[in-house]
Ligand binder design. Sequence first.
Ligand code: ZN
Ligand code: ZN
Ligand code: FE
Length: 741
Amino acid sequence: MQALKLARNFHVSGIVQGVGFRPFVYREANERGLTGWVLNAGDGVEIRVEGDAAALDGFATALRRDAPAAARIDDIESSPAAVEAFPSFEIRPSRRASAPVARVCADLPVCEDCLRELFDPHDARYRYPYINCTNCGPRYSIIQGLPYDRERTTMRAWRMCDRCRSEYDDPLNRRFHAQPVACPACGPNYALEERSGVTRGYDAIVRTAELLRAGAVVGIKGIGGFHLACDARNPVAVHALRERKYRKERPFALMTRTAVEAQKLAEFDEAALAALTSSARPIVLAPARESLANVAPENDALGVMLAYTPLHHLLFNAGSPDVLVMTSANRSSEPIAYQDPEARSSLRGIAEALLIGERQIARRIDDSVVAGMHRTSVIRHARGYAPQAVATLPSTRPILALGADLKNAVALVVGGQAFMSQHIGDLEHLGAFEAFKQTISDLEALYEVPPQELRVVHDAHPQYASSAYACELPGEKLAVQHHRAHIASVLAEREAFDEHVLGFAFDGTGYGEDGSIWGGEVFCGSLSSGFERVAHLRQARLPGGDAAALFPAQAAAGFLAEIETPDLLKAPFDFPQRYRQAEELLRANVRVFPASSMGRLFDTAAALCGFTRAITFEAQAAMWLESLARGSPPVSPYPFPFAGGVLDYRPLLAEIVSDRTRGRDVREIARAFHAGVASAILSVVAAHSLERVVISGGVFQNQLLLGELAAALGERLWTNRIAPANDGGICLGQAALACFC
Ligand code: ZN
Ligand code: ZN
Ligand code: FE
């Protein structure tokens, strides 16, 4: 007797398009003798299956358990259906829903299967730098529109050959509907441009490896832009790159072929290793094991990523040095170059040669950066993460959140899904501001949101370029205070809308609701009820305002004016003349701004410990201080009393000055400072009877501080996980707060 036939519907949501999900469903259904269909809908994947109860159960289990590696299933809804007696199982054409909220997949690293073929002399795609399949390859960086089909990618310029086409059409093939599928016969290729001429195909890769071995700097086109590469163990090459790129001290990222190679360079704990090998393939910051001259000056950490494109693997295989510097191709803090003509002109004086691939990049996306020392946290949210939805928010209206001006990123909320853009940069640079506008129109087009329907959220800072831009947009506007947005970003990620928390927002600078510079703020409240400022760092008078951020000694003048000090121009402090000038500004009370900035307090401590020159990249002095502190075992904290809602830094600074005068080891001083900040936070926690503690803001990228707080607070402490704690996460917090205003 035949078993009774049943039918079921499944609706799978999450990242399930462009990741080989339909072929996977097709195989699972066929293996179990089920009939029906699967299709891509605007908001996920829909499945209808018919068969006996046991087969249906097995199918339901496999759906979740065996899904392709690149898929991320958020939810599977299942409901009974009427039996229609389908003769077979088929993959049906995509259906477009009214709102295309099916998430765009982030770019994926080359998979193991493709790697095997890449180095198999008998394979049709042997040594082909654009090899890919449904489990790997570019996505967001080639997509020009939705739904995700070849015609709406930068691959539309190439017609598939018969072999590629037959694989593309075969539901049992790994390349079924792999939109960027290509082979040497029909697809794009790479060429190396040198002054002496052009080399094409695999020879270009061999020649590039040769140049890198010889100490040259080569511009290499990647997934979301160009890299500048050189041999990381060749100090002359690294030095040349720094000189030509006008990048004096900021650390360079490194690339190795394998995790084993990476582990020779730096110490990755379990979580850091997981991040390193994750499909986002971010740059992971970890304590250095090997010292590489000029790569990360005065920094005890190295940033390492693994090869993620077939091209990277080919380069290493062709004899490139084992460790490459792979830094974004741009000058100082301009956005990364991603178009060929732009790269040719802007990299001319920097790179000896350019390795350029023919496939166009649809949008620029930098490498992502993850700090992997105490808790892994995203510092730069870009390739491999963007533009995935990071949270579901309670909003029926679309929201555009413009973020902050520094480390800008934007967020778009459609159908309740919050999509975070890739890192854009500092909007004071014209190129970054252009990229900001481009990214906004790009996301609006991708998700088909009419701009006039958007609620536009921006920072409350009246002088931010992003705030000014908000005024140019149609639709309703909402200003959100910077530090509240920091706290909100943590809660938004966890979708904890009613959680009542004590939130610490510590950063360099943000516009306070009283018009002063904020940056050491403590709040009570929740996303749904709002946040009340309950405590803050004692205000200092900051000479030169935000400009003080560039000169730790200038910021120090503001803070040290509050206590008695010896002449700091003398040893052991040796402050520069700039300190005197700042003192004069303070005395005359011109261009002096009240500030409760924790970032500037870190700068002050760094200046007292010896960092008296100008910084050459953001947060450099604080990173230097942290590095210094890690050189000391734990010591008892400096006093940093909390009373009347104010954290008073004066006793702390007075002790640093006296310890330094007495000749105490600066590593110990730096360590005691960190411990002091941690204990100040804990004393505020003790004064409030709230279980949940939230921390966000650039200061909390400090891994030492984070470690001390995590040790003391354990599970009570909530930090950012996906959105950066720095201003890159502001857009998400703005979007979340807009849902409740
Ligand atoms: Zn693959
Ligand atoms: Zn082909
Ligand atoms: Fe901030």
